[in-house]
Structure formats: C-alpha cells, structure tokens
Design a protein around this ligand. Structure first.
Ligand SMILES: [Zn+2]
Length: 385
C-alpha cells in the first residue's frame, strides 16, 4: 500500500504504518494536551501522555491482527503484511482460507486477543488497586481523566473491550461477519453462506449508517459505508468464483481462431487484426504449436521495424500450457500468480487453442448472466405454481 512505512517484522510479516496514522497521534496529543474545560492551560506532559495512549491502543490493534495472522500461518496461509490505518488495522492474506473451520478460527482469533488483554488488565488492575497504585473508586469512569496511571488503565481496558465487541458485530467483512459466514458454511454451501452473511452485513451497515446520519456521527457513517461496500464486493467475488469453478478452460477458447505459420509476414497479421478483431494468434507448424503473437507484439514491431519481419522472429515461445479439463478459476489464479495474460490450451499433447484473461472475463460475464436468468426463471416458475 502506498504511503505505508515498515516499522517491524514479526513472524515473517511486515508491520506497516500508513502515513495518515500521524492524525491519530495528533488527536491524542490534542485531546490530552488541551484537556476538557481548557482555559488557556495547555500541558506538554498531557500531550505526550495522549500520544502514548494512541501508540498503546494501536499496539493492541497490532496484537489483534497478529492473532488473525498467526492462526492463518498455522493453516499454511501466507500473510503478506499488516497495515495500520487511522481507522484500524488490516492483515492481508495471500488468499482466503478454503475450509470454513479455518476461516472461523482465523476470524475469531483477533477479537479473542483483545478479550485476553482485557482479562489480563482486569486482574492486573485489581492487584494494582489493592497495592494502591491505581484508584479503585474511579477506575471505570476515568477514560477521559487527567494523565494518570488510572486513566491509562481505564482507557486501555475500555479500548480492548470495545475492540472485541465492535469486531464481533456480525457485519461482513468484519470479524463477526466472517465468523457468521464460516458457521453457516459448515451447514450449507459456501455461496449460500456468503449470500446470507453479506446480506446481514449490509442490513446492519445500513442501520448503522442511518443512525450515524440521524445522530450526526460522521465516523459511524464512514465505517458503515466501507462495511456496506466490502460486503457487496465479497458477494460479487464469491459469485464469480462459483461460476468459474463450474466452467472448464476447454469451454473458453475460440474454436475458430485464425492461426499463423512461422513463415508468415507481420503485414499478414496486421490484415488479420484489422479484419477479424482477433487480438492473439497461435503460430503453428502443421499441428504443432510453436508460440504466440499478440496485437501488442505487432504494434511494437510496426513502431520500431522498417522491414516486414517473419512472425517467427517476433513470437513468444515460452507460453504457459494448461489442460482443457482444468477449471477456469484455477487457470485464472495460475495466470495471476505467473503474471501471464495468455495460456495455450491442450488436450493431452494436442494443442486446441489460446485463452486470454479477457476470454475468461467474457466467459464469466456470459455464464453469470445465464445463471441469473435461470435463477429468475426458476423463481418465476415457483411463483406461478
Ligand atoms: Zn480482526
């Protein structure tokens, strides 16, 4: 993420802080540097205390994200990084867990860390009160108090209870929503579980957003907006995944594609591109596949070469090969990992055709349309009964 700076590395995970995090420090400094009922009396120790509180709060957020991350690593998932933003932290996983139970445990681990911290603080606080280090009488009411150890304790305790409760709200994509989706997925299909969990998430986000507007709480409106969008995006991704897993890459290649021989000239490819709108061409020697020439290759050649080259001179030979029986979703993921835009589709040793990232996108749009139409038809028929 841009504007992020690495501050530590724990268990192979980069912990990064976003530049806007400085706003939170400024907020802490301001709130305790110019305390309530401020009458021209600012306090430097108060400002330092406020910044310290913010750093401790975000240390708890890091521990929360590490809770998710370490459990994810236990299940063999790669955690790319943890980023701290003013609105909280994010642990970025390379991919989502596939087993519902894994997702459930990974999602629950974050809030559990805050529960554990709160319990520890509770007992430590009790001990400190009995030794006279904390003021027992005002312990639970002084989150806003002067820069004392008692305020520090109250603030941290409240923050961890709040972090646990807030994240457990069952609004996807928050932890509670993930727990709900995973719990549902243990009983039903993953797609249906996602539809229900993201629907619940959007309903809750809408309610919070409305409440935020009515009560003038801008922060709540912003958070509700992000939760609402996040839930919608997750649902769309899951629908795409569900469609792609039913399709084979053998369904997506163009059976009537024009092909080239190594001895063809680039000018012939230009003709093909202009008349057929086909962007990528397989270069064939008889039935044998040699390589690929793309529209971009041709445009680059036209821009730099004066002579009319042979396609054998500009084709790419190192083309990734997949089998026609492989799922479109697997192939899409593979292409993403390898950074490839085109793959050659084979049946055994026999070359069938080329599939590009755009072909996969198109197959996805068409089949989700077909699925939607079928579902609508089924609903209409059910209503007619
Ligand atoms: Zn979390």
């Amino acid at each position: 993420m841009k504007w992020s700076y690495s501050i530590a590395r724990i268990s192979g995970i980069d912990i990064k802080v976003h530049a806007t995090f400085a706003l939170i420090l400024a907020y802490g400094a301001f709130r305790w540097g110019f305390p309530k009922g401020f009458e021209g009396e600012s306090s430097l120790p108060g400002a330092i205390f406020g910044m310290g509180l913010m750093i401790l709060l975000f240390t708890c957020v890091v521990l929360h994200e590490l809770g998710h991350s370490l459990v994810a690593q236990k299940f063999g998932l790669t955690v790319r990084e943890i980023v701290l933003l003013p609105i909280g932290g994010v642990a970025r996983l390379e991919k989502n867990p596939e087993k519902p139970l894994h997702e459930l445990l990974i999602a629950a681990a974050g809030p559990l860390v805050n529960v554990a911290i709160a319990v520890l603080l509770f007992f430590a606080g009790g001990l400190a009160v009995s030794f006279g280090a904390l003021e027992g009488r005002t312990l639970f009411q002084t989150t806003d108090g002067p820069p004392t150890l008692t305020t520090l304790w109250a603030w941290l305790f409240t923050a961890n209870v709040a972090l646990a409760l807030f994240n457990l709200i069952p609004a996807f994509p928050m932890d509670g929503g993930r727990i709900l989706r995973a719990a549902l997925a243990l009983k039903m299909g993953f797609s249906r579980a996602t539809r229900i969990a993201t629907g619940v998430g959007q309903a809750i986000a809408f309610a919070f957003g409305l409440f935020g507007v009515l009560s003038g709480n801008i922060l709540l409106v912003v958070v509700a907006f992000f939760v609402f969008m996040g839930a919608g995006q997750e649902r769309a991704e899951e629908q795409a995944r569900a469609v792609l897993t039913t399709l084979r890459v053998g369904d997506a290649y163009n059976r009537h594609a024009l092909t080239l021989s190594p001895g063809d000239h680039v000018s012939k490819v230009v003709d093909y591109i202009l008349t057929s709108y086909q962007p990528d061409f397989a270069v064939m020697q008889g039935n044998g596949f040699l390589g690929v020439v793309t529209r971009d290759d041709v445009l680059k050649t036209l821009a730099t070469e004066v002579t009319d080259l042979y396609v054998a001179g500009i084709m790419r030979r190192d083309v990734l090969t997949v089998q026609a029986s492989q799922g479109l979703d697997d192939v899409r993921r593979l292409m993403g990992e390898k950074g490839e835009r085109i793959v050659a589709v084979n049946s055994g040793e026999q070359f069938l055709g080329l599939v590009s990232a755009e072909d996969i996108g198109e197959a996805l749009v068409v089949s989700s349309f077909v699925q939607l139409r079928d579902r609508r038809r089924a609903t209409a028929e059910a209503e007619a009964d």
